[in-house]
Design a protein around this ligand. Sequence first.
Ligand code: AMP
Ligand code: MG
Length: 470
Amino acid sequence: MPFTQTYLEIPADFYTQLSPEPLVQAHLVALNRDLIQQQHVDLSEQTILDIAAGKVVEGMSPLAQKYTGHQFGYYNPDLGDGRGILLGQWQTPQGEHFDWHLKGAGRTPYSRRGDGRAVLRSVIREYLASEALHALSVPTTRALAIASGDEQVWRESLEPRANLIRVTPTHIRFGHFEWAASQSPQHSQTLADYVIKHHYPECASEPKPYESLLKLILQRTARTIAHWQAVGFNHGVMNTDNMSILGETFDFGPYAFFDDCQIDYICNHTDTGGRYAYNEQPNVGLWNGQVLAQAFEPLIESAEKRQDSLNDYVEAYNQNYVDLMRAKLGLTNPQPKDKLLIADLLICLDKHRVDYHVFMRSLADLNNPHPVWPQTDDYQAWLLAYKQRLEQETLTEAQRSELILNTNPALVLRNYIAQHIIEQAEKGDRDIVDQWRQWLASPFIENPEWQQWTQPPHSHLKGHQLSCSS
Ligand code: AMP
Ligand code: MG
């Protein structure tokens, strides 16, 4: 079978080889046929179920990766894959490699006090969120399949055990570089060389490959966080061990998409200080970037050069964010005051707790005031400024409207929807998760089948916070 394990190229202290702990009486809860097709996975459904249930097939060499990281601002040296095992890489006929990672695969030497398992609720949340973000063009890991078994796992109550096959070119995190730096300069170099060889080959021909590597990682991180801000996504646990070196959205826990626009929204109920609140995400990305830059010290001696990458992060973030928001507002012709227009809108939507997604889409029609528009002076002032701004555009009204409808999704994986899907799946509905995956893959074209789910939740279901065990 076309699996390989390139992580064996680096020394054995970077990982521990071990096998998954199989699921009992496994069945598939979800199978991502779109991803299977895109990555030319010519395996039978039974084989994918077997793999998701913990079977090791030819070519795989399962291992748990060692990394460390900063959690809520504090360095934790004891981290590593504690409930996920890297099975190997799938090689496509085009020669691309994708990690297959089994989340929930059982205990590893890095599990600490955990059981190494995942619950159905949390893997459904990851499966759907990663596919939803992908459909919104947000860089993210993907999800290939979910299998669940007969066992129950204790979280806040007993819940069904389940595994997720996560797919991405690499699971290397900022925390891998932190661990390497804590070991020796040779470890940092080995890791950086592996990363350049497999994931950033364009750096190899640069005069300073490691400087280019740090720059590119931080630029990609900035771009992804700009996307989160634009689509109204709160990740919730931006620890440095949850930051991918590809800049992808990585490790889905208590995340939330906005209902009402609330800029200091905290989706993670254990985050009492709001370190990972929605409006903190760009700053935390920079803070995490500083940690990564520090871990690059053995590779880039000059503090000034490391600082350059951080400055680039800020610039890349600002540029990407304004570009993305401009498109959401149906604007194409950049103007210096756009930043202000965007900021004023967010302040207004926040102040009046307006549903973010319904509002953004409502701008497609300026002729009829939408029920979510605030009946307030500040909103009227903003609307006037927006209409004046449109005079600097060349798009026709129909084109502007079309741009808005193609940029702002009608269907969003709000938490009340995720909760509904989870409840149905826990009751035994075997089709609902993939039904929703398909719907979330085309969130811009309104579909009578899901029309009822485009509405904001009732107020008692809004802004519900989730725990880390999500
Ligand atoms: P997370 O908050 O999901 O990013 O996890 C932080 C760390 O704890 C990672 O190293 C995980 O592998 C580990 N971890 C999380 N949940 C479990 C669990 N149920 N059993 C063992 N390790 C876990
Ligand atoms: Mg994690």
